[in-house]
Design a protein around this ligand. Structure first.
Ligand code: AMP
Ligand code: GLY
Length: 432
C-alpha cells in the first residue's frame, strides 16, 4: 500500500516503523517526518497542519491511506479535506476531533451517553465560576475548553490557586480563544492510564493499556510535559476491566456521536482515572472515570504500544478508515514494552536546538531496543536535536523489568549536550 503519515514526532516515527514491519511491503511517506522517519519513508516538505497542501499532494499522488498523527490537523479538518478528494484517512473528521478539541463538547457527549467522568460545569463569567468553587471542595480542577498544548489544566490545591486559574483564563486571556470557556471539574482520585481504542465508526478494538509519565522529573516531580516515558501493559488496568471500558466508555461515545451525525473513525484515546478501593469515590459512583479524550494516538504511549502489535498493521488502520474493523485483525504479542524519552536540557521550558546526537547506532544495536526520533533533523549527514523531546527509546522484553532494562541500556549509549531522561519509568508498576 501507499501510505502517508502526517506529523513529525516519536508517535509518527513509531507508526511509520510499525507499518514498515508488515509482511507486505508498503510505499511510505511522512509529512513532514523527522530524521528517524527519513530512514523508512520519503519525507515530504509539508507542514503537518498544512491541510490544503497535504490534500493537494494526496489528490495528485493517490495514497491508499493517510494516517494523521497529531490533533491539530484533525481539528483543522484534514480528514474532511482528504475525503473531498477521495482519499481514505485514519483519523476522525473535524466534528469528531472535537472530543479532544473541546472539553465542553466531550463532557456533553459523555453525559448524554452516561459515561462515567468527573462532574463539571462550564463558565464564561469569572464571578459565577468562582461562586461555584465551594460545591467542588479541594482539590478542584480548572480546565480551558479548547486546545492549549497540554497546559490548559490546573489541579488547584487551594481556593486561591483555583481563583487565579479562573482569572488567568477568563480575564487574562492566557490561552486566547481556547480559554474563553472554563470548566470547573471534580477532582478524581487514583492512578491514570491510557486506553487507545481503534474505532471504525461503529465497532472498536482496544489496544493494550499503557501509562504515561507526565511530570518532568523522577518521582513525578516538576512541571507537566508532553510525556517523559510510558510502558505497556499497565497493571493498574487489569484484563478484567477491558470489556467494561469498551462497553461502558468507548462504545457509548461512538454511538452517541453517531446519533449526532458524526461517524468517528481512527483512535479514540481515553485517559482514565482508576480509583483504588479505599480511594475517594467519584460522584459518578464508578471506580473508572474518564479524565479526557484525545482524538489520536498518544505520545509516548504509541512508542510503547505499537511495537507490541503483530499482524498486518496497515490492514487494521485501513479497516478503521473503511468502517470494517474486525476483532480478529489486531494481534498482541507476548512481550512487554517500556519507553524512555531523552529530552533537551530545559524542557518543558526553553531549550537549545541543533545539538549533535552521538550513539544512535550503538543504541539501536541493543537487542530488543528501538530508537524512535521525536525532535531531530539531519544536517550534512549528522543527526541534530530539533525539539524538547528528542528521542523515544523503547525496550521490549518478556516481562516489564527486562523491557525497562533494555530501554535504559540503549539510552546509556546516547549522548548530546544537555540530554536528560527520567530514571524511574514504570515505577508505579514496580511499586505495586
Ligand atoms: P488533560 O489535559 O485533561 O489530560 O489533563 C492533564 C492532567 O491533569 C491529567 O493527565 C491529570 O493528571 C490531571 N487531571 C485532569 N483532570 C483531572 C481530574 N478531574 N481529576 C484529577 N486529575 C485531573
Ligand atoms: N501522552 C499524552 C498524550 O499524548 O496526550
Amino acid at each position: 500500500m501507499k501510505i502517508l503519515t502526517v506529523g513529525s514526532g516519536g508517535r509518527e516515527h513509531a507508526i511509520t516503523w510499525r507499518l514498515a514491519q508488515d509482511e507486505a511491503k508498503h510505499e511510505l511517506y511522512c509529512a513532514p517526518g523527522n530524521a528517524g522517519t527519513a530512514a523508512l519513508a520519503t519525507n515530504l516538505a509539508l507542514g503537518a497542519e498544512d491541510v490544503a497542501n497535504i490534500a493537494a499532494w494526496a489528490a495528485e499522488n493517490k495514497p491508499d491511506l493517510v494516517v494523521v498523527g497529531p490533533e491539530a490537523p484533525l481539528c483543522k479538518g484534514l480528514v474532511d479535506a482528504l475525503a473531498e478528494v477521495g482519499v481514505k484517512a485514519f483519523g476522525p473528521c473535524a466534528a469528531g476531533a472535537r472530543m479532544e478539541g473541546s472539553k465542553r463538547f466531550a463532557k456533553e457527549v459523555m453525559n448524554a451517553a452516561g459515561v462515567p467522568t468527573g462532574r463539571a460545569q462550564v463558565f464564561t463569567d469569572p464571578a459565577a465560576a468562582k461562586a461555584a468553587l465551594p460545591e467542588y471542595g479541594l482539590p478542584v480542577v480548572i480546565k480551558a475548553d479548547g486546545l492549549a498544548a497540554g497546559k490548559g489544566v490546573v489541579v488547584a490545591e487551594t481556593a486561591e490557586q483555583a481563583e487565579a486559574a479562573i482569572d488567568d483564563m477568563l480575564v487574562g486571556n492566557k490561552f486566547g480563544a481556547a480559554g474563553a470557556e472554563v470548566l470547573i471539574e471534580e477532582f478524581l482520585d487514583g492512578e491514570e492510564c491510557s486506553i487507545l481504542a481503534l474505532v471504525d465508526g461503529e465497532n472498536a478494538v482496544l489496544l493494550p493499556g499503557s501509562q504515561d509519565h507526565k511530570r518532568v522529573f523522577d518521582g513525578d516531580k516538576g512541571p507537566n510535559t508532553g510525556g517523559m516515558g510510558a510502558y505497556s501493559p499497565a497493571p493498574v488496568v487489569t484484563p478484567a476491566m477491558m470489556p467494561d471500558i469498551k462497553e461502558r466508555i468507548i462504545l457509548p461515545v461512538v454511538r452517541e456521536l453517531k446519533k449526532r451525525g458524526i461517524v468517528y473513525r481512527g483512535v479514540l484515546y481515553a485517559g482514565l482515572m482508576i480509583t483504588p478501593p479505599g480511594g475517594k469515590k467519584a460522584l459518578s459512583g464508578s471506580a473508572i472515570n474518564v479524565v479526557e479524550f484525545n482524538a489520536r494516538f498518544g505520545d509516548p504511549e504509541t512508542e510503547a504500544v505499537l511495537p507490541r502489535l503483530g499482524g498486518d498493521f496497515a490492514k487494521v488502520l485501513l479497516s478503521c478508515a473503511e468502517g470494517n474493523l474486525s476483532e480478529t485483525d489486531v494481534v498482541v504479542k507476548d512481550e512487554m514494552a517500556a519507553t524512555v524519552i531523552v529530552a533537551s536540557g530545559g524542557y518543558p521550558g526553553s531549550y537549545a536546538k541543533g545539538k549533535p546526537i552521538a550513539g544512535l547506532d550503538d543504541a539501536a544495536q541493543v537487542p530488543g531496543a528501538i530508537v524512535f526520533h521525536c525532535g531531530t533533523k539531519v544536517q550534512d549527514g549528522q543527526v541534530l536535536t530539533s525539539g524538547g523531546r528528542v528521542l523515544s527509546v523503547t525496550g521490549l522484553g518478556k516481562d516489564l523489568r527486562t523491557a525497562v532494562d533494555t530501554a535504559y541500556a540503549a539510552v546509556a549509549k546516547i549522548s548530546f549536550d544537555g540530554a536528560f531522561h527520567r530514571a524511574d519509568i514504570a515505577h508505579r508498576a514496580f511499586n505495586r
